[in-house]
Design a protein around this ligand. Structure first.
Ligand SMILES: Cc1ncc(COP(=O)(O)O)c(C=O)c1O
Length: 490
């Protein structure tokens, strides 16, 4: 008898619980606002409610679902809440969730074309759709990875391979024939860039951070000077990472000038557009990727700002052969006739991992369900709301804006008259964030800019409307006034 129970659930039970779970999701998505956006649990509170040892006997699905509600839900920070403004707000979106569900059901491993031709071919097509949406030239070929961190890691690995210095074969350590490698990014670049350097054996010393201008953009003159100085000191420069939409302020590095330097110096240019690059699908924002068509590789994250459930990162390069040279290693058991003759793509050759989920399916659902116009209108609206919020900040003398707003993120701080001391301002603004977050209606996070403690408001959830942004502003004004009044010196 074939096992039709799939872990204790027969098809009828699966249907029943499946419907129950879908109903739960539909209610949750419709009412996510009912929950406090930032989970109020204390460290250890969830763990204490979970048995330390696994159950030896099967447990009923009713009990599991009830514990999900009772134990897990209080420990959830609600990224689906329209008042989520911390880090970069994201949305799974209903079509994306359906795609994710089907992908889990199929449970294919798309390592080879033959291990699910649809997974490979859908990925090829969807990545090309997204390339067209971004306005990138057709030479760019795409592969989906889990995160921008991994996309940048494989970009830097490909850049290292492009040196043709036998790093793949001989490694880096103890080589008298190979100078130390150096890569460059701005001091505002995401930590994943430095992490790529750490993982790939360059060490943190191999990652040179270039200062930024007053608007937090990489200074190309200082990049050129650093490369020059490094060459004279015996380093081997090989890669520059420019960012479109830096994590703290969403600043845009000047890609055209950086691309000029890279072509003159023969360096690989990788663009980290994890968040901001997506905005290039909006026709009037296309210029955010100006110069990036000359890059060697680029990453944008559909799971950040294209309403696709985490995880889904879109990596493009115009040098797929170099990427494959860095990563392809085919043991006999994975050889296939169609792979040997090169008529298909085997995505296991394009990165670190062998096994890979069918992530393209959810992106296919999202792009088809919204249509490009639908996606564009949401991103455009997020940017409009951010500009509006920035005007409110600018118009209030007790607040100060700390960076331009090229996308949907605003950096600012509370700076009432009579407080000039940076540490006092830091405490005041940190308390303000805590006070806003404690309301459960909005969730904000912070950064440091030029030594100033900075509040960030990042708009990115599909359900966020003007009223949610206005409510966050009202909370900021009311709670800052309360804090000011309760200060001892006042
Ligand atoms: C500019 C930028 N690059 C990379 C990342 C890392 O993204 P991921 O979580 O997909 O690795 C982030 C995260 O916010 C980011 O802002």
């Amino acid at each position: 008898m074939p096992d039709r129970t799939f872990g204790g659930l027969d098809p009828e039970q699966f249907r029943q619980y499946g419907k129950q779970v879908i109903d739960w999701i539909a209610d949750y998505l419709a009412n996510a606002e009912r929950y406090p956006v930032l989970s109020p649990v204390k460290p250890g509170e969830v763990r204490r409610q979970l048995p330390a040892e696994p159950p030896s006997a099967p447990e009923a699905m009713d009990a599991i679902l009830s514990d999900f509600d009772r134990v897990m839900m209080p420990g959830i920070t609600h990224w689906n809440h329209p008042g989520f403004f911390a880090y970069f707000a994201i949305s799974g979106s209903a079509p994306g969730i359906l795609g994710e569900l089907l992908s889990a059901a199929l449970n294919v491993n798309g390592m080879l074309w033959r291990t699910s031709p649809a997974a490979t071919e859908c990925e090829e097509v969807v990545m090309d759709w997204l390339r067209q949406m971004l306005g990138l030239p057709p030479e760019f070929e795409g592969v989906i990875t889990d995160t921008a961190s991994v996309s940048t890691l494989i970009a830097v690995a490909a850049a290292r391979e492009a040196l043709n210095r036998r790093v793949r074969e001989d490694g880096l350590a103890g080589r008298s024939d190979l100078p130390r490698l150096r890569m460059y990014c701005s001091e505002q670049a995401h930590s994943s860039v430095e992490k790529a350097g750490v993982v790939l054996g360059l060490g943190q010393a191999g990652v040179c951070k270039i200062p930024v201008d007053a608007e937090f953009r990489m200074r190309p003159d200082l990049l050129a000077a650093a490369i020059d100085e490094d060459r004279r000191a015996g380093w081997l420069p090989f890669c520059v990472v420019a960012t479109v939409g830096t994590t703290s302020t969403t600043s845009i590095d000047p890609a055209p000038a950086i691309a000029d330097i890279c072509s003159r110096e023969r360096l690989w240019l990788h663009v980290d557009g994890a968040y901001g690059g997506i905005a290039a699908i909006v026709p009037e924002m296309r210029q955010v990727l100006d110069g990036c068509e000359r890059a060697d590789s680029i990453v944008v994250n559909p799971h950040k700002w294209l309403f696709t459930p985490i995880d889904c990162s879109a990596f493009y390069t115009r040098h797929v052969d170099t990427l494959k040279r860095a990563f392809s290693l085919v043991p006999e058991y994975l050889r296939t006739a169609e792979g040997d003759v090169g008529v298909v793509k085997n995505y296991m050759d394009y990165g670190v991992q062998l096994g890979r989920r069918f992530r393209a399916l959810k992106l296919w659902f999202v792009i088809r369900s919204y249509g490009v116009e639908g996606l564009v209108s949401h991103i455009r609206e997020h940017c409009r709301l951010a500009r509006e919020f920035a005007v409110w900040v600018d118009d209030d003398p007790a607040f100060e804006r700390l960076a331009p707003v090229p996308f949907s993120t605003v950096c600012f701080r509370y700076r009432p008259d009579g407080i000039g001391d940076e540490s006092e301002l830091e405490r005041l603004n940190a308390d303000l964030i805590d006070a806003v977050n404690a309301t459960g209606e909005a969730f904000l996070s912070h950064t440091q800019l030029s030594g100033k403690y900075t509040i960030r408001l990042a708009i990115g959830h599909i359900g966020t409307q003007e009223k949610h942004v206005a409510r966050a502003w009202q909370l900021l004004r009311d709670l800052s006034a309360n804090l000011r009044e309760s200060m001892p010196a006042f």
